[in-house]
Design a binder for this molecule. Structure first.
Ligand code: TYD
Length: 206
């Protein structure tokens, strides 16, 4: 069924309101149509323990370092229970956020020392990185306008413009640091244009 039995790991990133959710479904459908087995997951969360941590992380105020540690605790569980077993089976893993989000939000947004972030990354996944990261990038005003005002915003979504500006800058810094892994997608484009771009990127990965 597949020419390449080995699965790949794709993560999706961007500030809240950048529009990644729309495209995650598209990537899952595209890969499934090509005969790939796809495991869709998210962070924080993706496991029973991780979803409990997500509930705390998205709704409780806490010390910055507690927040970073819990993000990585959720990630440790996610890697052990979901990501590594799936990749070992040859499945594809698509994750709504991974470690770049910790660098962007806890590092950029909240200002946690980058050396501490790197220490956590080296502890929790010294040998694992996504094969591909799609970073959906939009100006802050566009992202804010896209947040659904009819629902209650979570702890992060309630942050102010300077927080998201710092998150976005850190995402772009990571993209410049790891250009072979992270592809920046101009998320102000039409959905059709973004789908076409993603289609080309997936072809290269296959
Ligand atoms: P998000 O992925 O935007 O989910 P939804 O589309 O359901 O709102 O929500 C997760 C939030 O968690 C988001 O605001 C970013 C934040 N986050 C961090 O601050 N650090 C991390 O390491 C991760 C994975 C997420």
């Amino acid at each position: 069924m597949t020419s390449n039995p080995k699965g790949k790991f794709i993560s999706f990133e961007g500030i809240d309101g950048a529009g990644k959710s729309t495209h995650i479904a598209f990537v899952a459908e595209t890969l499934a149509a090509l005969g790939k087995r796809v495991v869709s997951s998210r962070e924080p969360g993706g496991t029973a323990v991780g979803e409990k941590l997500r509930d705390l992380l998205l709704h409780e105020k806490m010390h910055l370092e507690t927040e970073a540690l819990l993000m990585f605790a959720s990630r440790r569980e996610h890697i052990a229970q979901v990501i590594e077993p799936a990749l070992a089976r040859g499945d594809w893993v698509i994750s709504d956020r991974f470690t770049d989000a910790s660098f962007a939000y806890q590092g950029g947004g909240r200002g946690l020392d980058r050396a501490k972030m790197e220490a956590l990354e080296n502890w929790v996944h010294p040998h694992l990185q996504p094969d591909l990261t799609l970073l959906f990038d939009v100006p802050l005003e566009v992202a804010r306008a896209r947040l659904d005002a009819t629902r209650t915003l979570d702890k992060f979504e309630q942050e102010q413009a300077d927080f998201f500006s710092a998150c976005r800058n850190e995402y772009l810094r990571r993209a410049a640091q790891f250009p072979q892994r992270i592809v920046v997608i101009d998320s102000t484009q039409s959905i059709a244009a973004i789908r076409a771009q993603i289609g080309t990127i997936l072809q290269e990965l296959l």
